[in-house]
Design a protein around this ligand. Structure first.
Ligand code: NAD
Length: 250
């Protein structure tokens, strides 16, 4: 339908099959975008989501690649650009949290966290930059974290990867602005997903005490912010860090 904000646009959502990524895929599709739902392992969840989007009258496809594998990212995104002629929106959402205290953190945990959360976002942004620059328009939205802003005990690797993602976003925003491409970061607070499901009894109460709005976030809260940044309403916004955190960090 021509009155939808993102009609005719092609959006790639990494890790788009579940959690926050699923809500983002649904929201962008509801606004008329054709959504490429990336997944690394959960093909079934991605396929089910594609069907859900189509049943609601939207358009989607699934795409398997590991964001931390630069060659795979280049190959798959190149093929997508060939098929669709462009990619208008990239949402770097894929992420992992391998939390551990500093002295217990293994090299592999540190390296994998940086590889997925930071390098993965860099590889995907690099792979779509040319087509966006050529089109003189494009949106890159990086899902960072409140932890990248505040830091957190037991999350050195995760916090470092998410803080670095903010530096990446601002640098790309400066570099790509003259070509009409905006780059922004969203820093979710505590969002109810698989990633935060094993907190244990009592932990949620402690977390709630630190959230002025008095509730955990929903994936839909993040999806709404992504859709805004992807929309024409946000055409004058770049290099920004949008906290969607219930006031948890100001
Ligand atoms: P989730 O674990 O439910 O989803 C993460 C997604 O990333 C999954 O679809 C997973 O398959 C995908 N993924 C992981 N490694 C991948 C790889 N190598 N290649 C491709 N896909 C890969 O987590 P979520 O809570 O939905 O988190 C989504 C994003 O939001 C993450 O970047 C996370 O760090 C960030 N975030 C989450 C919260 C929260 O409270 N849940 C808070 C702040 C930031």
């Amino acid at each position: 339908m021509s009155d939808k904000l993102l009609n005719g646009q092609v959006a790639v959502v990494t890790g788009g099959g579940r959690g926050i990524g699923k809500a983002v895929s649904l929201e962008l599709a509801a606004h008329g975008a054709h959504v490429v739902i990336n997944y690394s392992r959960s093909a079934d969840a991605a396929e089910a989501l594609k069907k859900e989007i189509e049943a609601a009258g939207g358009s989607a496809e699934t795409s398997a690649f590991d964001v931390s594998d630069s060659a795979q990212v280049d190959e798959v995104l190149k093929a997508l650009i060939k098929t669709h002629g462009k990619i208008d929106i990239l949402v770097n959402n894929a992420g992992i949290a391998l939390d551990n205290l500093l002295v217990r953190t293994k090299d592999e945990e540190w390296e994998r966290t940086i590889a997925v959360n930071l390098s993965g976002s860099f590889y995907c942004a690099r792979a779509v930059a040319k087509t966006m620059m050529k089109a003189r328009s494009g949106r890159i939205i990086n899902i960072s974290s409140v932890i990248g802003e505040s830091g957190n005990a037991g999350q050195a690797a995760y916090a470092s990867s998410k803080a670095a993602l903010i530096g990446l976003s601002k640098s790309l925003a400066k570099e790509l602005a003259s070509r009409g491409v905006t780059v922004n970061a969203i820093t979710p607070g505590y969002i109810e997903t698989d990633m935060t499901s094993d907190l244990g009894e009592g932990a949620t109460e402690g977390i709630l005490a630190g959230i002025p709005l008095g509730r955990l976030g929903k994936s839909e809260d993040i999806a709404a912010a992504v859709a805004f940044l992807a929309s024409p309403h946000a055409s004058y916004i770049t290099g920004q860090v949008l906290g969607v955190n219930g006031g948890m960090y100001m």
